[in-house]
Design a protein around this ligand. Sequence first.
Ligand code: GLA
Length: 387
Amino acid sequence: MNAKIQVGILSAWLMVLPVLQAQPALKQVFKDDFLVGAAVNASQFSGSDQAASLFVARQFDSITPENVLKWENVHPGPGVFDFTQADRYVAFGESHQMAIIGHTLVWHQQTPAWVFHRPDGSDVSAEWLMNCLSNHIFTVVGRYRGRIRGWDVVNEAVGEDGKLRPTPWLRILGPQYLVKAYQWAHEADPHAELYYNDYGIENQPKRDGALTLVRNLLAAHVPLAAVGIQEHVSLNWPAPAQISQTIAAFGSLGVKVNISELDVDVLPPTAVGHSADVGLLLARNPRLNPYPQELPETVQEALARRYGQLFFVYVQNRKSIERVTFWGVNDGDSWLNNWPVPGRRNYPLLFDRHNQPKPAFSNVIASAEKYGLLQKKGSAYDEVANP
Ligand code: GLA
């Protein structure tokens, strides 16, 4: 290691040490309950931001790649694979003995157009697409065989109405692509856990659709380990009971649950979507970006209460939950600063833009303690009641 790198590591440690000493680590607090993960980007896992890497390693015992294992990045052209960043991601997880998650093999987004369309715009043939998908899965899963703990094999295949989402995968291949994708992933790495991942499955029609899909996969002997409930939630949706019911519903089919992409949107919902002139849009509608400097205390408190409530539900259901993963490490990383309207300032995670814990962090810890106390009380009560 050269002197420059040594000095870099040392100064990174000096910067984060006081914070680390004072702060409980999420992975320790929940070590008897579930893994605690974060979606990470290249600066966090490649070592280019040492302080960020140390922070991730200190807080989390699982990682998910925010983007680097998505099709457009690993398989950008026909016959062209690029694993430069994905290799760094996996090496980072291994160097910290983390549960490394693969995300994602089959999705209708962040998949290049050449996968579905010929140069003239027409659909590729079913036969060609089946070969292309099988080649993708065997190449990507095979490369990390024995190193990636589990794969979000299929992402977001169910629509809001509970029917299979009309994606190019379904249009060109029909529903057979689902079972096939899992069979190939299992063949490529028989020890990797396989997951189905989706958002909004706390809502009844979509949940029913996802349950049907899981039943069909299990009936086809797919060894499905867990369903990922993404949990991109707001301050009010979904209600705690909806979350518990969703976890129980998948549990009753014999699969575990991952809370796979947790964040809490604090900005007003909007149907405005992406606009050509975002600066103008935000200037004309300041209500779309109500907290451009900092989060007012009342909203900060509401966020803290919400996180406390969510984690209380998770620890209550800990026997069914394998992992809780945040979609990002701190507020500055979050996709919610740029979606559905680019250029807003959002505050959806437990750590602020300087990796300082927010009141929500304390409430998450408090939920674990509160649940622990209730359990102790319960077992003391049980001992008295059933000596
Ligand atoms: C979906 C995907 C993730 C990520 C998030 C938001 O939930 O599964 O990979 O793209 O949207 O960015």
